[in-house]
Design a protein around this ligand. Structure first.
Ligand code: SAM
Length: 210
């Protein structure tokens, strides 16, 4: 388990995606987030004291559950402050990372951060998810966006049997998966590296029952 900022930085440093350029992009994000959080409530002020643990590595750990050879679009739903979307884009600049976010000030923030970080292949889909055109996502992530059942209702149209879902779900991961009735899936729960109580739902969606 990663419990300190030092351990979080050390974990990142051993990731193959953590190039000098990626490190610079993440440093830019951390600096900008600290400033922007004084203008709008993006993340809790307390969490900024552990920003590498609570936000950067909490997001980056999702990469361990996605095959390295994955190409295509990574859809991050309800990106808000930028998590995990901006972190994934910083570490995998080769991927088309699509950050779906509906609130105007957050859309403006995400776009500004994306440009400052030099993320040419990432983009912000600044509207409600319900209004985004259907297309195929290679990966779908969503942190603190919606309960699992609702999340699948809203976003299964972006998924095929090849789409990898990676859903940080906090303490409710196992329960939400057990309660899932209407869907056929090959999901399981992985332990979060940043919170002993939290799980990440990982896997593929194979269809809807009935
Ligand atoms: C609780 S925040 C989580 C933000 C970020 N994923 C994180 O973990 O820090 C949820 C975000 O989803 C956005 N959101 C909620 N419903 C949405 C919808 N239907 N379409 C797009 N964005 C939505 C909100 O504006 C908000 O920024």
């Amino acid at each position: 388990m990663i419990t300190t900022e030092t351990e979080a930085r050390a974990w990142l440093e051993q990731r193959p995606e953590y190039t000098p350029e990626a490190a610079q992009r993440l440093d830019t994000l951390v600096a900008m987030l600290g400033q922007e959080n004084q203008q709008q409530n993006l993340v809790s002020a307390a969490s900024l004291d552990q920003v590498w643990l609570r936000h950067i590595v909490d997001s980056a750990q999702l990469l361990a559950h996605v095959p390295r050879e994955t190409s295509g679009a990574w859809f991050d739903l309800g990106t808000g402050a930028g998590f995990p979307g901006l972190v994934i884009a910083a570490l995998r600049p080769d991927l088309e990372v699509v950050m779906v976010e509906s609130r105007a000030r957050r859309i403006e923030w995400l776009d500004r951060a994306r440009l400052a970080m030099g993320l040419d292949r990432a983009r912000v889909e600044g509207r409600r998810l319900e209004l985004v055109d259907s297309c195929h996502a290679a990966v779908i992530s969503a942190r603190a966006f919606a309960p699992l059942q609702r999340l699948l209702e809203l976003s299964s149209r972006f998924s095929t049997s090849d789409t990898r879902w990676v859903l940080p779900k906090g303490r409710s991961a196992k329960q939400e998966l057990e309660d899932l009735r209407k869907w056929r899936h090959v999901f399981h729960v992985e332990q979060s590296l940043t919170d002993p109580q939290a799980g990440i739902i990982v896997g593929t969606l194979t269809g809807r029952k009935g």
